[in-house]
Design a binder for this molecule. Structure first.
Ligand code: PLP
Length: 420
């Protein structure tokens, strides 16, 4: 008869046999998975046989999520990570080595810029930043020197530039480069970049896919061969997604379409309502006819999405007053949530920058970025109206400073952009 501890360990770790299929994916909260014998374990660990041995290498809940997102993107394969940045990191490391060059659009998420400049830059990978709206400039950059990766965001953070992915994929491939697309602002519901020619698509699943501001996750999709390389990087760098987090993201995925429809409808109405109001210089939402890439957006996006940006004529002070007067939106970072989240980069994430530095980063002093949640439109309109009044009260009588139009190219090497 074994001792109490031996019996307790054995008794408490017998996974039940389940003959009926559960209707949600179980949370496989186990780091280790046993094989029948040493040969099987060896084969599983060396990928000669499918199966699980150690959760950093593979976990069934994570793999269900990766397969589901890949399927929705029309991609052969996918892999999930502990965060969107982990997905971007592993994806880029799977493609570049010291001496390689990346061409990246100016308007990208701040940590992505920092990863490119500070992390990969420190390892001998150079990045050239280009204006995402200037196809000729992108082509010139690709022609100037051999380039391994062209990196773009489908809808950019924070300035809502819509990149023409089919054109960029053609350009990249003609110049021997691969196209990597961050599709976070769009999600697979609005845009499927693989079908437009992208080689790898990354997303922060923390945002629209998870959808509730309660889980961090990231994903990369692409061909089987490319994802195998991404997975190999992850195995050795370790940013694995916890199975409970994968479960939460899977649950989010089931309602992505209806949430995106509501986010997009409310954002289009709110952005349309704001456009032309006193104190509002410009509004950027892909659904608006005034959007600089309205035609690309119509072609490429199913709907305009839940993100928009707008500039207040009153500059930095008006932006701060607007944010402080809001009562419904959360004053926080992040996006793609049930909650409306409004950020004013010049008084929060970028408060250390002068107006000149902000303009160089494509961020007007009065620029606000709004991630529209699932609250009722009328309530948001009333709240924004009252915040506009508050912003107007601090706006200089002659209209204050005229704000710069995004995207103004930022000097390569700056890390300015919205975080979150
Ligand atoms: C466009 C974009 N990509 C990537 C990320 C990084 O995602 P995560 O916070 O899940 O690492 C963010 C975060 O805000 C983002 O906005």
């Amino acid at each position: 008869m074994s001792g109490f501890s031996t019996r307790a360990i054995r008794a408490a770790t017998q996974a039940p046999r389940v003959d009926q299929r559960p209707n949600s994916v179980p949370i496989y909260q186990s780091v280790t998975f046993s094989s029948a014998d040493a040969d099987e374990l060896g084969e599983v660990l060396t990928d000669k046989r499918s199966g699980y041995a150690y959760a950093r290498i593979g976990n069934p809940t994570d793999e269900s999520l990766a397969a589901a997102i890949a399927e929705l993107h029309g991609a052969e394969a996918g892999f999930v990570f502990a965060s969107g940045m982990a997905a971007i990191h592993a994806s880029l490391l799977s493609l570049v080595r010291a001496g390689d060059r990346i061409v990246c659009t100016q308007a990208v998420y701040g940590s992505t810029r920092s990863l490119l400049v500070n992390v990969l830059g420190g390892l001998g990978v150079r990045t050239t930043f280009v204006d995402p709206t200037d196809i000729e400039a992108i082509e010139a950059a690709l022609e100037a020197e051999p380039t391994r990766v062209l990196y773009v965001e489908t809808i950019s953070n924070p300035t809502i530039v819509v990149s023409d992915l089919a054109v960029l994929a053609g350009l990249a491939h003609r110049h021997g480069a691969l196209l990597v697309v961050d599709n976070t602002f769009a999600s697979a519901y609005l845009c499927r970049p693989i079908e437009l020619g992208a080689d790898l698509v990354v997303e922060s699943a923390t945002k629209y896919i998870g959808g509730h501001s309660d889980v961090l996750a990231g994903v990369t999709v692409g061909s089987r061969e490319r994802i195998a390389r991404v997975r190999a990087i992850q195995t050795d760098t370790g940013a694995s997604l916890a199975p409970l987090a994968a479960f939460l993201v899977l649950r989010g995925l089931t309602t992505l379409a209806i949430r995106m429809q509501r986010h997009a409808a409310t954002a289009a109405s709110l952005a349309g309502w704001l456009e032309g109001r006193p104190g509002v210089a410009r509004v950027f939402h892909p659904s608006l006819a005034s959007h600089p890439q309205a035609e690309t957006a119509r072609r490429q996006l199913r709907l305009g999405g839940g993100m928009f940006a707008f500039e207040l004529t009153g500059g930095r002070e008006a932006g701060r007053a607007f944010i402080d007067a809001l009562t419904i939106p959360e004053r926080t970072a992040s996006l793609g949530s049930i909650h409306t989240i409004v950020v004013h980069p010049p008084s929060t994430t970028h408060r250390q920058l002068s107006d000149g530095d902000l303009a160089a980063a494509g961020i007007a002093p009065g620029l606000l970025r709004c991630s529209v949640g699932l609250e009722d439109l009328d309530d948001l309109v009333a709240d924004f109206g009252h915040a506009l009044d508050a912003a107007g009260a601090v706006t200089p009588p002659l209209g204050g400073e005229r704000v710069a139009a995004p995207p103004t190219p930022a000097p390569a090497g700056t890390t300015a952009a919205v975080r979150g």
